[in-house]
Design a protein around this ligand. Structure first.
Ligand code: AMP
Ligand code: MG
Length: 325
């Protein structure tokens, strides 16, 4: 865990307009002070992230939200009390003074209170919320260990706070609200994550508020592009009944990706427990690449649909170059 002097150093960098590697329970972030435009610009430039993709703002306690948003609906309060600190991002009306770079010019901002001691400690010490996307080049696999951040940006000399391996291993659930007077409010899931639809549904019911929960196709979320989280070699999804890929599919993959017929493919095996599968997902993808495979394949099981499988398969679909049936 990070020591006091490391947190102090990170704070100095953030206040000076630099960026740091931020451990969170979802994935590692590249963080800048929401008040420092140089830091914010640096996030986009080193990630090669398009400016239309908004950043999530991280706070250390509920009091800090007033620096980021201008409205706090009852629904947000209920869900925050249930799931914060934790892997839930809520899209809310932005504070008028919040830098538009953070929100890609939108009138809303993604807000989250992370469940990671080091993340909260550095935000508290700095006294300013931190804008942080995942600490990888745009569209590539997210980092779940400090060393992944250093590897992604070998020349940039980024100061990374080491908070151990990210416990969740997948990006946060992102939700947005549609609240219209005299109508049933709608909670929409823009990006599935560890806070699942069932968990949100149960929390809403328990609160006694009538609300409708819906799952948007995540393409409606800015920046959530069809291809994302991609490893540096092709990843293929195999939807076949067998427990092994057909030989003919193997040959087809080699032909499709112009690989020699004897090329080695690495199977990405998912733990049957979705929480464990999620935690290890990006690490397994990296291992397959590092072991020198020419491609990665993952067998899709029909039963892997509910709960956290939704998030896992959302990421795999976006990371995949092709699906074979
Ligand atoms: P990440 O790169 O993992 O930090 O993810 C940030 C993602 O959160 C963006 O790509 C959007 O999908 C979502 N997001 C952030 N802010 C907003 C917003 N104001 N409206 C809708 N989605 C947002
Ligand atoms: Mg990202």
């Amino acid at each position: 865990m990070s020591q006091d002097h490391e947190l102090q150093r990170a704070k100095e960098l953030l206040l000076a307009g630099d960026i740091i590697g931020l451990p969170t329970e979802t994935v590692y972030g590249l963080a800048a002070s929401i008040r420092n435009e140089n830091g914010l610009k640096r996030i986009f430039s080193i990630k090669e992230r398009p400016f239309f993709d908004p950043l999530i703002v991280h706070i250390c306690d509920l009091e800090q939200k007033g620096q980021v948003i201008r409205e706090w609906p009852l629904l947000a309060d209920v869900l925050a009390k249930k799931f914060w600190p934790g892997p839930l991002t809520m899209v809310l009306p932005k504070h008028p003074q919040l830098n538009p770079l953070i929100t890609a010019g939108l009138d809303t901002v993604g807000l989250r209170l992370p469940n990671h001691e080091v993340a909260r400690a550095i935000i508290r010490l700095t006294g300013i919320p931190l804008a942080a996307p995942s600490a990888n080049k745009f569209g590539k696999t997210s980092p779940t260990k400090a060393e992944h951040v250093l590897k992604a940006f070998p020349k940039e000399n980024i100061y990374v706070l080491d908070g151990g391996q990210s416990d969740v291993g997948l990006e946060s659930t992102v939700i947005t609200f549609a609240i219209v007077p005299n109508e049933v409010p709608v909670v929409s899931i823009l990006r599935p994550g560890a806070i699942t639809a069932d968990m949100l549904d149960a929390a809403l019911k328990e609160s006694g508020i009538t609300a409708r929960l819906e799952r948007k196709t995540s393409n409606e979320s800015p920046g959530h592009t069809e291809h994302h989280y991609m490893p540096s070699i092709p990843l293929l999804i195999i939807e076949q009944e067998q427990t092994q890929m057909k030989r003919s599919t193997w040959d087809q993959i080699c032909a499709d990706f112009e690989l020699p017929p004897s090329s080695r493919g690495a199977e990405l095996r998912l733990d049957p427990n979705p929480r464990l599968a999620a935690r290890a997902l990006y690490i397994r993808m990296r291992e397959c690449v590092e072991n020198g495979a020419a491609f990665i394949y993952v067998l899709k099981r029909k039963e892997q649909t509910d709960g956290m499988w939704d998030a896992i398969w959302d990421r795999l679909q976006r990371a995949a170059s092709r699906v074979y049936t």
